[in-house]
Design a protein around this ligand. Sequence first.
Ligand SMILES: C[S@@+](CC[C@H](N)C(=O)[O-])C[C@H]1O[C@@H](n2cnc3c(N)ncnc32)[C@H](O)[C@@H]1O
Length: 273
Amino acid sequence: MNIKEILAYASVYLKDVSEIPNKESRILLAHLLGCDILWLITHEDTLVTCEKHYQKLLERRVNHEPIEYITSKVSFYGEDFFVDKRVLIPRPETELLVDLVALVGKEFQKPRIVEIGCGSGVISIMLAKLLPQATITAIDISHDALDVAYINAKALHVDQKIKFLQSDLLANFEQKKFDILVSNPPYIANDESLHVGLSYEPDLALFGGVIGDEILVRIIDAFLCTDAGILACEMGYDQREKIAQYLKKYGLVAEFYKDLAGLDRGFILKKEL
Ligand SMILES: C[S@@+](CC[C@H](N)C(=O)[O-])C[C@H]1O[C@@H](n2cnc3c(N)ncnc32)[C@H](O)[C@@H]1O
């Protein structure tokens, strides 16, 4: 088969599982051949002998495995990150949280930032790049996730700028003096029925408790016990009211932000120091 023929076959094969079967067919073939998509497009008549291996990748995709796990790669904030099943696949909306923290971080000369639940490391790594004067501690409860975050920090040359720490929230983080706490925690309810594709991602990264906002609430409590003045969190689209009510008990008011789909997606909380 030549490239044009094998891609035509793959697009039909993927059409029930993907909304963009042409694109995914190309991504998978480029990944397998170690070339870029432009090369595929300009070499449509070239014969290939990788049908069997390609078929295996297509089958994984037909079984709803996310393409990012098949290619071990995701693009976030314009950078390529390594991902595998040890970590959540970073979502585009989390770039908004990075933007928000980068903006408030610029108000400090040398912002001291702590991230809870770093997963693949995308938030801490991008903040290290956007705020070169920042000191950053990236925390995760999962050793596996920290291993992936370290791989990414090294690949993107910020491994010297970030301390990695295994901890349940801030339990093992002794230094309570810092400026900004940031988190994209698990915030889905334990019993929520999810698309089969999400079953490939770690439960620890998805599920936040019986209601879903339990870890968010624990993060707010942990934040209130520190000297940090700013907390920025991503949250579920339906959690605004609950979080606002919870903060009201402490006389606190957060600013909520929406994602590009117009859904409530997170908040920033500033406390008087
Ligand atoms: C939704 S993922 C976010 C990953 C990454 N920050 C991102 O935005 O793509 C949540 C992360 O929180 C971690 N986590 C869950 N419970 C935690 C806890 N109690 N303490 C610290 N990290 C936790 C999970 O292991 C997971 O890596």
